[in-house]
Every structure is written in structure tokens, then in C-alpha cells.
Design a binder for this molecule. Structure first.
Ligand SMILES: [Zn+2]
Length: 168
């Protein structure tokens, strides 16, 4: 398994090595990255699909924990009929959403917003620069377990592109 922390730290349950400790201090990794990837590492003993997966980043939001995997690794982390994420969810008592960091931003966006469908993505010009606006039908308002601000924060970190989300 590949994770934001090194293999030695994945296997341990307390202190971090000096390299990972530096990353934590610099804000490159968070306590959430550490907590969730250690849980997944433990589960990899039981669920072999995890062994060959890469976790890029984990975000803890108000109602949900978002696990970002490398492209093509989403299903390995979700598990058969969601069995792996169910175990993680019960351990942290929060729902889990798994998305892939895909080459095409659209795939990541869809993963974050499901079950809502994206109607359009338009480039908009604002005083602070160019941005992209994602439009979702307003029938999905409140049906995604991420707030607009949370979605915008996550997608910016994953794709490095400032997207705006709008329900219309
Ligand atoms: Zn380490």
C-alpha cells in the first residue's frame, strides 16, 4: 500500500519517523491522513486489494471523510460491495466517500458529487482571476454529504484548479 506517510509509519501505531514528522509539521500531511491510512493498512491484512492501492490524501469534513486514491484504485479501497469502506466507517463513525485523483478532473468531480449529475462546467472571469463553474441541478441541494465550501476546498487541493460549485 502507498500512502502519504511512509511504510514504517503505516505499520506503527504511535510516533512518526522524523521524515513524516516534518511533513506533518509543514502541513503536507494531516492527522487525518495518518489515522485513516493506518486503519486501511490494518485492513489490508484482511483485504488484499488494499495492498496494491495508493492513497493520495484524506480529508475529514463535517459529515464525511473523503479518501482520495490514485487513478484506477478507487474500487480496491471501496472493496467488494463496499465492505472495506463499511469497516472504516464503523471505526471512525462517519460516512466515507472514495474518489480517484484522475487525469481528467471531471472524473474526480463526478466522484465527489455523486449521486448528483454535473450539468455543465463553464469558465468564468472574476476580479481574482479565471475560475471554472460547475453547475448541478438544484434538485440535488442538500443531497450531497459535502457542503459547497468543502467541495471547493477539496477539488482545489486535488486538481490545483479553482472550481466553483453552483446549484441552479
Ligand atoms: Zn515515516
Amino acid at each position: 500500500m502507498k500512502a502519504p506517510i511512509c511504510n514504517v509509519c503505516l505499520k506503527s501505531s504511535d510516533e512518526l519517523c522524523s521524515m513524516c514528522e516534518d511533513k506533518l509539521e509543514d502541513g503536507d500531511i494531516t492527522e487525518t491522513d495518518i489515522k485513516i491510512t493506518r486503519i486501511l493498512y490494518d485492513l489490508s491484512k484482511e483485504y488484499s486489494s488494499l495492498k496494491d492501492s495508493e492513497i493520495v490524501k484524506v480529508f475529514e469534513m463535517e459529515k464525511v471523510i473523503v479518501i482520495v486514491t490514485a487513478e484506477g484504485d478507487g474500487a480496491k479501497v471501496v472493496g467488494r460491495s463496499g465492505e472495506i469502506v463499511k469497516e472504516v466507517a464503523s471505526e471512525v463513525d462517519k460516512s466515507i466517500r472514495v474518489v480517484e485523483k484522475a487525469e481528467d478532473d471531471m472524473d474526480t468531480i463526478k466522484g465527489l458529487l455523486s449521486p448528483a449529475e454535473v450539468e455543465s462546467i463553464n469558465t468564468v472571469f472574476m476580479p481574482e482571476g479565471k475560475s471554472k463553474k460547475i453547475v448541478v441541478d438544484d434538485e440535488y441541494t442538500g443531497k450531497i454529504n459535502l457542503s459547497v465550501e468543502e467541495f471547493e476546498e477539496i477539488i482545489k487541493e486535488i486538481t490545483d484548479t479553482p472550481y466553483k460549485l453552483s446549484f441552479e
